[in-house]
Design a protein around this ligand. Structure first.
Ligand code: ZN
Length: 147
């Protein structure tokens, strides 16, 4: 049984065939796929309607099995819930780099605690560009990215 299937069982989410198919796609993805990406990958092996894919993703997100992320292009993207990390978006290519730093997590928890809250989720999105002083080529910014 995969880690995400195990998590579903812990949360009391029934493992139907379509849910297993969606979970398998997410287990095998490391690119933060959109609903369309996930549906296209699932339907390579299974016949599952787009609406069913949406419902499964909503349910699994509500149960804390998956995490929904929305970056600069305003598309909902999904990844397995679990290890806390932040997202660095490459301003030029739109590539998503996962960043993990326990010190930052501890700092954010402390900040929130100081305001009288307990942090239950955190979404940090960093927009960056590669620093390379040897390359003087001016890159054209992408129109759909947050600046
Ligand atoms: Zn991520």
């Amino acid at each position: 049984m995969s880690r995400l299937e195990d998590l579903c069982q812990q949360r009391g989410v029934k493992l139907t065939r379509p849910r297993r198919a969606v979970l398998q796609v997410l287990e095998e993805s490391n690119d933060h796929p959109t609903v369309s990406d996930i549906h296209r990958r699932v339907t390579q092996k299974h016949h599952i309607a787009l609406g069913t894919t949406y419902r499964i993703l909503n349910r699994l997100t509500a149960e804390g099995v998956l995490r929904r992320c929305v970056f600069g292009d305003d598309k909902a993207r999904y990844e397995p819930a679990g290890s806390p990390h932040y997202h660095l978006i490459d301003h030029d290519t739109g590539a998503i780099v996962e960043v993990s730093d326990d010190r930052l997590t501890a700092l954010l928890k402390q900040l929130v605690r100081g305001l009288g809250y307990r942090m239950i989720a955190c979404h940090v999105e960093i927009i960056g560009e590669i620093e390379d002083n040897s390359v003087r080529i001016r890159r054209r910014p992408r129109g759909n990215m947050v600046t």
